[in-house]
Each structure stands twice: as C-alpha cells, then as structure tokens.
Design a protein around this ligand. Structure first.
Ligand code: 5GP
Length: 196
C-alpha cells in the first residue's frame, strides 16, 4: 500500500495528512480518548469492519460496520483492508479507502486498533505515529472492564488475559501514555500530535 503521509509528528506543524495508531488493551480507555480527540476538526477516526455482535447502544457505521464472516473474507480477498486481526474470536479490519481520502484531505486519521493490526500498519506505513495507551494497573483495568458491563464474564476474562499479552508489545510504539486521569491523558496525546 503506498500512502504519502507526513513524517513522524513532533517535527513541527504542517497541513499534510497524518496517520496515527492508538492501541492498548480493552478497557484502557482508547475509545473515550478518541472521542475527546475528535473535538478537533482535523481529526477523523477510522470505522472498522467487525464480525463481533453489536453491543447495546452501538450503531452501524458509527461504532463499526457490523458484517458477517463471509463478507469479511470477501473484503480480504478483494484487498480492501489495510490490516485485519482476530480478537477474542471475532475479526476486525481497517478499510483502506477512508485512510487514503483522509490523508489526501490533510486530516489526522486515527486507527484505534489492536496490537496485531498495529504491527501490520507499522510495517506497511513506517511514517505512522503510534501511541500505546497503558492502564495504570491491573485492578483498574479489571474494574473498567466490569463497569462496562457489556461483555460477558467469559469475554472479560479473555480480554484480561489478552491485555497481559498486549502490554508486551508496547515497546514497539513511538509513545506510551499511562491513562490514569483521562483529561491528562488527552492533553498528553494532543501534545504529541501538536494540537491545540
Ligand atoms: P471491541 O470488541 O472492544 O470493540 O474491540 C476489541 C479490540 O479490537 C480493541 O483492542 C480494538 O481496538 C480492536 N479493533 C477495533 N477495530 C479494529 C480493527 O479494525 N483492526 C484491528 N486489528 N483491531 C481493531
């Protein structure tokens, strides 16, 4: 995939499009962080495809494009995904076209994806800026997952196990931010992205 994105952020503000990955374990607060970042009009977020069932309150085309496995496989075969990965038994993937469009239009385009997908993008697009969101500690992560109450107990257990694996990959990212206080975290990320 050939994409012309600006070099890593931190070298001065410019109006070229940029690609940013935000990863971190389920419950690390990625989604909330992304929502706050999107208050800036230059920021857009990728809407992934997933075969996961829709949770209460989630909307088609806003949270995800919810599709069947056969449709997902078709997207892979037609090379329409920039990356894809399996997470807790469901498939997730990033469509290529919106990335191209956002970069061409000078947007800062955020992919909130898991570590396996992030590694694929880092390999294909080395100019990407990658940020890993760390939960402050195990107990906070467990509590955040429980409070969400949208996943079954089994799923929460699986996600906690996966979190420990995912943390091992944090060293591959350009930046690591501990999400202790949401406002501070968002401020730090705005700083990394040179946003006011
Ligand atoms: P959830 O089921 O909680 O919405 O997402 C599970 C995990 O999949 C999260 O870590 C989320 O960031 C990740 N994810 C969401 N969309 C994508 C995607 O398009 N590709 C990959 N690789 N991971 C994704």
């Amino acid at each position: 995939m050939v994409l012309f994105v600006s070099s890593k952020i931190g070298q001065g503000e410019n109006k070229k499009g940029r690609l940013v990955i935000i990863s971190g374990p389920s419950g690390s607060g990625k989604t909330t962080i992304c929502k706050q970042l999107m208050e800036n009009s230059r920021i857009r977020r990728s809407i992934s495809y997933t075969t996961r069932g829709r949770r209460e309150g989630e909307k088609e085309g806003i949270d995800y494009h919810f599709i069947e496995k056969s449709e997902f496989e078709k997207l892979i075969n037609e090379n329409k995904l920039a990356e894809h990965a399996e997470y807790c038994g469901s498939l997730y993937g990033t469509p290529i076209e919106p990335i191209k469009e956002a970069i061409e239009n000078g947007k800062i385009f955020i992919l909130a994806i898991d570590v396996m997908g992030a590694l694929q993008i880092m390999k294909k697009i080395p100019e990407v800026t990658s940020i890993f969101i760390m939960p402050p500690d195990d107990e906070t992560l467990r509590q955040r997952l429980r409070e969400r109450l949208t996943d079954s107990d089994v799923d929460i257990h699986k996600r906690l196990e996966l979190a420990n694996e995912e943390l091992k990959y944090s060293k591959h990212y350009d930046f690591c931010v501990v999400n202790d206080q949401l406002d501070d975290t968002v401020k730090k990320i705005r700083g990394i992205l040179n946003l006011s």
